[in-house]
Design a protein around this ligand. Structure first.
Ligand code: AGP
Length: 367
């Protein structure tokens, strides 16, 4: 087992560091510069069929559901098809309406999560078309789907998922490109996304190089009994995933909110004892995000920002983790990486069992 660890103290640490190579693997052979498209033959969908979908519904559990929200936003932005993500565990129990012109996407690292597998079965029983975004080749969900995109993240051992989630997000970018290019997305815009996807492995590596600094931030946040993670639109699923990772391995109460919702209730909880990790990308919402940071600070709350170099915090005294800029649609992929390291180092500081957190299983195969 030690050999598999390849010198790392934990599988989670190893899997975080493997991300530049695992992202290379999911994109290898799938980007076509001539036409600004992704080649996803495994979807088993003709251009005509791809064009026929008027809605996309993404299903997954836990972090796979959160990354599904990232995917839904990418699909809406790049393909302009209404898309949303839902927890597969709820979907299967609410007699969902299955529509013939909806593309269903099941997302799962293990391919064995029972709630997601049952959601797939329900869709198929009612005549829906479902494709998989799955890591484990030949797994139950991969076999049950009508087609799909394998993640090629390699084996993931740590209960807290990292590299598989990153590949899911990249997989969604490929699917969004595929759906977009048979609709209104231009060749130039397709190429813009392709170039950005290609740059991701190097950019992830540059974030990982900042691990010592992120570890210092983790020591500070680990002291808090409770934390907020906030973001909006593209940043909200990033915040949800950041809180999830924190809960799973550091056993700290971490709650994600849409930054825009703070003033509708949660702001009442802010004080010196409750720090906030704020996702503040450089995009059309930067000003609004900064205003929310200001409101938190005004109530005595500490803020740690995950942000881009050019975001100007002015007078606000806010420690920052800076990630490289990519195309706005892909920002969530890079903004999530430091949050993995933040949770990892917080758990390390607190002395918990990082790879096998209490009460959790790597793959939930029973109800
Ligand atoms: C992620 O860190 C979690 N351990 C968990 O939420 C996980 O993503 C979820 O159980 C889904 O697993 P799957 O991807 O294997 O279906």
């Amino acid at each position: 087992e030690d050999l598999d660890l390849g010198g790392y103290p934990h599988y989670m640490a190893k899997e975080i560091q493997e991300q530049p190579e695992s992202v290379e693997r999911i994109i290898r052979g799938r980007l076509d510069d001539r036409f600004g498209v992704a080649r996803l033959d495994g979807l088993n969908l003709t251009p005509r069929e791809l064009r026929g979908f008027s809605r996309v519904k993404i299903l997954g559990c836990g972090s796979a559901y959160y990354v599904g929200q990232v995917g839904a936003t990418m699909i809406e932005e790049l393909a302009r098809i209404p898309a949303d993500a839902e927890a597969a565990s709820e979907f299967r129990y609410r007699n969902p309406i299955i529509e013939a012109d909806t593309l269903y996407i099941a997302v799962s690292q293990s391919g064995e999560t029972i709630d997601t597998a049952f959601a797939v079965e329900e869709i198929k029983r009612k005549g829906g078309r479902v494709v998989g975004l799955v890591n484990v080749v030949g797994s139950t969900i991969a076999r049950a789907c009508d087609g799909g995109v394998y993640l090629h993240a390699g084996p993931e051992i740590a209960v807290a998922s990292t590299k598989a989630l990153t590949n899911m997000a990249v997989g969604f970018a490929l699917i969004a490109l595929t759906l977009g290019r048979v609709r209104d997305l231009s060749n130039a815009d397709g190429q813009r996304i392709i170039d950005a996807i290609r740059a991701l492995p190097g950019q992830i590596k540059s974030i990982l190089d900042f691990e010592p600094e992120i570890a210092e931030h983790a020591k500070t946040v680990a002291v808090a009994k409770s934390l907020f993670f906030v973001g909006r639109v593209r940043g909200y699923p990033v915040a949800r995933e950041g809180a999830q990772k924190f809960k799973e391995i550091s056993y700290r109460h971490a709650e994600a909110y849409q930054t825009s919702e703070l003033k509708h209730g949660p702001l009442a909880l802010i004080d010196e004892a409750l720090p906030t990790v704020a996702v503040v990308p450089s995009d059309e919402l930067t000003g609004r995000n900064l205003a929310a940071v200001q409101q938190i600070k005004a109530r005595g709350g500490a803020v740690l920002a995950v942000t881009h170099e050019n975001v100007d915090f002015g007078e606000l005294d806010v420690p920052r983790i800076v990630v490289p800029k990519t195309e706005p649609e892909l920002d969530p992929i890079l903004l999530t990486i430091p949050l993995q390291l933040l949770a990892y180092h917080a758990a390390l500081t607190l002395g918990y069992d990082i790879d096998k957190p209490r009460n959790l299983a790597k793959s939930v195969t029973v109800e």
